[in-house]
Design a protein around this ligand. Structure first.
Ligand code: URQ
Ligand code: ZN
Ligand code: ZN
Length: 445
């Protein structure tokens, strides 16, 4: 069965033009005008709307076992929520426990992802090091299509990668042609400052940002960038949240170093006042790392996107319901870290970015889809509106509006950091591998 998307304006990372798109067999067959359309082709009228590559969220954690619990969106509910918001691919994370074989962990996560409603890839975390890790990284790249390896510089006594792991792992990435990525917070500083807060009797969520001030990210970002420079590897920094880290990225890029940065929709809009909410549950619901930052950092991140010093947007969708967050009722360090966003990212970014003139429509496509596809080696199969690409598309209604709420979102989580926000610019249709999975508010994942 074929589909013709007719009368729309095709919007890619570098072009905007009127055209039709013919889909069949899960692929884009043709793009242009006066296409040769087979009989029995379904027609979707895209008049007045944009036809864009499906969104790619390069940073999610569906059903992540973390801090003594498991994130409450599994691979089906999390990817279905993404489809409702125009995101047709995610890159999630395999996170082996220290001493757990990377391949063993990979197969466990692959099993969980069988229920996924959309396409997915994996970054694989390197949380320990010995010769078997070296070997497994090779097998994962050569046999399983893994293109990137993650390093958490935070989370001491859990999954923290110290320099004696970063150095051999980055080197191995270079040998394999894979890109190393980092969660850049100095885990020793976090651990020390968390203890200091608790000793001062600060046990509530308001202590969370105080235990991870901007310099904690700035130091780790700079250290990771310098290690990459010394080893001549590219590097990708996930969830860049501060001017401190962005300045390190800008300096390195200006020296010609291959450094890439990602920012989260939440960090672009929210600040650390959310942690001083007198309602404990609401404050705790915002606990994620790195934390939402003091006013001023948000503007720096927008500039980062506008100048091309940050290349991608993501959500770090890692959701825990109120009773899970309550584990930290007496000790903020025990609040499971993570917030939602996979369904809201594209509309919030269109509303706040394109709607305000901060981003052009083409830049919007670049930072929500195409740049991730390029950096993580999926382009032009993903992130493109071109014959031969996967038929992952969003038909975007720039006049449509939606009010974001936990009462109506498709995630299992009972909180939404954008609660009550009305956004203009929403997907009327989401098409995943040639199947209409979202149409006028109805999810058919
Ligand atoms: O650090 C991460 O990216 C994972 C563990 C999700 N949690 C979070 O707070 N970002
Ligand atoms: Zn992280
Ligand atoms: Zn994450």
């Amino acid at each position: 069965m074929s589909i013709l998307i007719k009368g729309g304006t095709i919007l890619t990372h570098d072009d905007t033009y009127r055209g039709d798109v013919l889909l069949s067999d899960g692929l884009i067959q043709a793009v242009g005008s006066d296409l040769d359309v087979p009989a029995n082709t379904d027609i979707i009228d895209a008049g007045g709307q944009y036809v864009m590559p499906g969104g790619i969220d390069p940073h999610t954690h569906m059903q992540l076992p973390f801090m003594g619990t498991v994130a409450c969106d599994d691979f089906f509910t999390g990817t279905a929520a993404g489809l409702a918001g125009g995101t047709t691919s995610i890159i999630d994370f395999v996170i082996p426990q220290p001493q757990q074989g990377l391949l063993d962990a990979f197969h466990i996560w692959r099993g969980w992802a069988e229920s996924s409603a959309a396409d997915y890839g994996f970054h694989v975390a390197v949380t320990w090091w010995d010769d078997s890790v070296y070997e497994d990284m090779g097998t994962l790249v050569e046999k399983h299509g893994v293109n990137s390896f993650k390093h958490f510089m935070a989370y001491k006594n859990a999954i923290m990668a110290t320099d004696d792991i970063l150095v051999p792992s980055f080197s191995r990435c270079l040998e394999l042609g894979a890109i190393p990525t980092v969660h850049a917070e100095n885990g020793e500083l976090v651990y020390h400052l968390q203890r200091k807060m608790l000793e001062m009797g600060l046990t509530g969520p308001e202590a969370h940002p105080l235990s991870r001030p901007p310099e904690v990210e700035g130091e780790a970002a700079n250290r990771a960038i310098k290690i990459a420079q010394a080893l001549n590897t590219p590097i990708y920094l996930v969830h860049v949240s501060t001017k401190d880290a962005l300045d390190a990225i800008i300096y390195a890029r200006n020296q010609g170093q291959r450094v890439y940065g990602e920012c989260l929709t939440g960090h672009l809009l929210l600040d650390d006042s959310v942690y001083r909410d007198e309602n404990w549950e609401r404050a705790a619901a915002h606990v994620m790392s790195p934390p939402f930052r003091p006013k001023g950092h948000q503007e720096a991140l927008w500039r980062g996107l506008q100048t091309g010093n940050l290349q991608t947007t993501a959500t770090d969708h890692c959701v825990f319901c109120a009773e899970q967050k309550a584990a930290g009722a007496d000790d903020f360090t025990l609040i499971p870290n993570g917030t939602a966003g996979v369904e809201d990212r594209m509309s919030v970014l269109w509303h706040e970015g394109v709607g305000t003139g901060k981003l052009s429509m083409n830049e919007f496509v670049a930072v929500t889809s195409t740049n991730s596809a390029k950096i993580f080696n999926m382009y032009p199969r993903k992130g493109a509106v071109a014959a031969g690409a996967d038929a992952d598309l969003v038909i975007w209604d720039p006049e449509g509006t939606r009010t974001i709420s936990a009462s109506t979102h498709h995630s299992n989580v009972d909180f939404n950091i954008f609660e009550g926000k009305t956004v203009k610019g929403i997907p009327s249709h989401t098409i995943s591998r040639g199947k209409v999975v979202w149409k006028d508010g109805q999810l058919n994942a």
